[in-house]
Structure formats: C-alpha cells, structure tokens
Design a protein around this ligand. Structure first.
Ligand SMILES: Nc1ncnc2c1ncn2[C@@H]1O[C@H](COP(=O)(O)OP(=O)(O)OP(=O)(O)O)[C@@H](O)[C@H]1O
Ligand SMILES: [Mg+2]
Length: 394
C-alpha cells in the first residue's frame, strides 16, 4: 500500500514539517532570562505531520493507486486538506516580515576551486523575532550574515530586508542600509570596539556617521549603555572592561542608529558559559524593550532556551527549525514552554530528513511515502518486513 504522495503546496512563508511530538516541555516563568534547560530527549518517529505543507492529492488519484485517503477514518478528508491548503495561500502581510531570503546561492571562487557556501537557502524572519541560527562549521552561517549585513552579495537568489532589495541597491543606498537598518556584533570582542575610545564614545561613533547632533549622541549612548546594564561603565575604555562587558558595549554600538535588525555572529564565542547566558539575556532584553529583530549565529545549543526559533543550516540550506511556544498544561492550566522540532520544506517540496532519523532507519537512496489522512508515513525502500496499510512504521 505504499505510494508516492501527490504534490506539496506551500505559501510564501517558510514551510516546516513537524518531526514528531513536542520534544521539550519547560515550565514558563514569564521571563526569558528565567527559562529552564531542556531535559527530555527526542523520540525517533517517522510520522510527518503536514503542519504547514498544504498536502494536495486528488481523491481519485489516490484511489487509483489503491490508497485510502483517510485510512483511519479519524483524520481530515482530502477535501479538508485541500481547503486548508487553499486557505494558506493567502500571502502573509509583508509588513510582518522583515527578512526574506529566497533561494540564496553564494559561490566563492578562489583559483580553480569553487566553494558553494549557500545552496538555495530560504529564510524568513518576522519583525520583532529573536532567532538563533545554528549549524556545523562551514555550513554557511557567516556567509548568510555577511549578505544580510550588506557586506557581501549573493551569486543568485533574492534577499530583502525591511523592504530593501539588497541585490539592486546602489552603493549609497547600501551604505545607508549598513548604517541605519542593520547593526552587527562580531565574535571577537576587540573587533567591535575602538580601544582608544570610552564605552560611551564607541556608541557615539555610528551616530556621528549619521550626523546625529552631539547632545542627542550623548543621551542615546547613555540610554543604550543603561539598557545593556553598563550605565556605570560608560567612561571606561574596552581594555578596562571584561569580555562580557565589552560585548554589552558592542550590542549598544549595534543599536546606536535604532536598526530594524541586529545580526550577531558567534557573539559569545570568546566567553564562558555563564557570561554567554548573560549576553543572550541582554539580546532578549533589547529585543523585548526596543522591538529590534535579532538574529544570532552560534554553536551554543543552549541558546535554544533563549530564543523563540532556532534555525539549523546544513550544507548551505535551512534544514530544520525548533519553535518554542507557550501552551497551557491540561491538568494544572499553567503556562508551559513547548519546544517542537520541524523539518523545513523548500519551495520545490524538497525535505531534508535529520541525519539521526536517516541513520536510525538506515535510509538510503529512496524511501516509500504514504499519505495517511493528516500525515505522511515514511519507510525504508527495502524494509525487512512489509508494513500493513495502517502504517506500523519502520
Ligand atoms: N571569502 C571566502 N572565499 C572562499 N571560500 C569561503 C569564503 N568565505 C567562506 N568560504 C567557504 O564557504 C563555506 C561556508 O563558510 P562560512 O564561513 O559561512 O561557514 P560558517 O557556518 O560560518 O562556519 P563556522 O561555524 O566555522 O564559522 C566554507 O566552506 C568556507 O570555507
Ligand atoms: Mg562563521
């Protein structure tokens, strides 16, 4: 009863497929900084829920292949699924979306060697979101941030930030974009600040570049240093500050011109665990108080506890996402943080299965798919036994 699943439709927003039941439930304290650490493990489950995919296969088409479109009788019918898919085709209001990367490709050419750093990466970030981007070394994280910061341009694809097309902007527009629309925090504390200036003077540097009057510069610098918790260190130079304090100043510098987007590439890479947590809390604070959208690249998986969405990049593409939402528990009615991992479906319907699931089932070359009411089942192509029509799984 195995069979290919029909076409997969998606709306303009990034599609994700749930990888199973929620993997972490963390008591919600109401304060980002107080969130607990995850403790549960991820169960292996090849059942895919079409959370945002809009499955579309005609009943007659499936029937002709010998598939009961709703084997259990309990799930929604194909007509229901098609109606849901149509409803999802209402485009998301652009005002809500700050960053749109569509099919981003970046090829670096050095001598005779071509390195494909980004291979058709799709990503959307909503205004006011705070997300983390994780991935193995060389997966393309810094390349993506370089493009979003306006320092680099993609080889192909499209990217807009705050309605500005980063491929077609003039040099003057690019300069204005880098000064006012984005702020950047680097890993190296020394790379973010000028050592001969005080913390306050460092924050004033980008304000000078945009012609902000001196009184407004001073006020803005004090205000931002207060927000990052360094009001009493404003007159110290970087050499008189700890690494964590320097990164706080760097965040204030990045916020100087009130950007819509702050990008941070491994901002805690040189800090110990506890200080790194404090820096994530500072990002959460500015995200909540100033409404600035924050994108943090990191190897630190603990960041998942501090953000609402973690996007994993693999081989230059978005591979999976972990979303955190608040849900009331059935028994006590208390609010809890629920973490759910999703696989990302690209615009052509391609799905990258997590390597741990692929390895757990020994999947190779091809798999069998079956539409089962409101989800899809996946089996290895050469199972040791034949699953029954109700999908015993593999
Ligand atoms: N300027 C460049 N010239 C040639 N190749 C480059 C250049 N910049 C990056 N690459 C290559 O592109 C790929 C992606 O690099 P990138 O720096 O984006 O990875 P990353 O995910 O940030 O890695 P890390 O976690 O180690 O910082 C790598 O193979 C890298 O060697
Ligand atoms: Mg990098």
């Amino acid at each position: 009863m195995s069979q290919s699943v029909g076409s997969v439709e998606k709306d303009h927003s990034a599609s994700v497929i749930s990888l199973g039941p929620p993997i972490v439930v963390v008591p919600q304290t109401g304060d980002r900084s107080q969130r607990g650490r995850s403790s549960a493990t991820t169960p292996i489950d090849t059942t895919l829920l079409p959370s945002a995919t809009g499955l579309s296969s005609s009943t007659s088409e499936l029937s002709s292949r010998g598939v009961d479109p709703s084997p259990t009788g309990a799930g929604p019918s194909l007509a229901d699924l098609q109606a849901r898919a149509r409803a999802r085709h209402v485009p998301a209001p652009d005002a809500d979306v700050l960053v749109v990367c569509d099919g981003l490709v970046r090829i670096f050419q050095s001598d005779a060697v071509e390195v494909v750093a980004l291979q058709g990466l799709d990503l959307q970030v909503r205004r006011g979101e705070m997300i983390a981007i994780v991935g193995a070394s060389g997966s393309g994280k810094s390349t993506l941030l370089g493009i979003l910061s306006g320092l680099d341009t993609p080889t192909a694809g499209s990217v807009t930030v705050d309605g500005q097309n980063l491929l077609t902007m003039t040099a003057a527009q690019r300069l204005a974009y880098r000064r006012s629309t984005v702020g950047f925090v680097f890993q190296q504390t020394g790379a973010n600040l000028l050592g001969y200036l005080t913390a306050a003077e460092n924050v004033e540097v980008p304000l000078r570049a945009t012609g902000t009057p001196s009184k407004a510069r001073r006020e803005r610098a004090r205000y931002l240093l207060d927000i990052v918790g360094l009001a009493d260190q404003a007159d110290r130079r970087p050499g008189e500050l700890s690494g964590g304090q320097q990164q706080r100043v760097a965040i204030a510098v990045a916020l100087a011109n009130d950007p819509a987007l702050v990008l941070a590439d491994e901002p805690t890479g040189e800090l110990d665990f506890a200080t790194a947590q404090e820096i994530y809390d500072v990002f959460a604070e500015v995200n909540a108080r100033l409404g600035v959208t924050v994108v943090i690249v990191t190897h630190d998986i603990a960041v998942a506890e501090k953000v609402d969405r973690t996007v994993a990049i693999r081989d230059g593409r978005t591979a999976s996402e972990v979303l955190r939402t608040s849900q009331e528990t059935a028994d006590t009615g208390e609010s809890a943080r629920v973490t759910q991992e999703y696989a990302v479906l690209d615009r052509n319907g391609r799905l990258q299965l997590p390597s741990e699931l692929v390895e757990a089932l020994g999947l190779r070359h091809r798999v069998r798919l079956e539409l089962a009411g409101d989800h899809i089942r996946i089996w290895p192509a050469e199972p040791t036994g034949t699953p029954d029509a109700k999908g015993a799984g593999a």
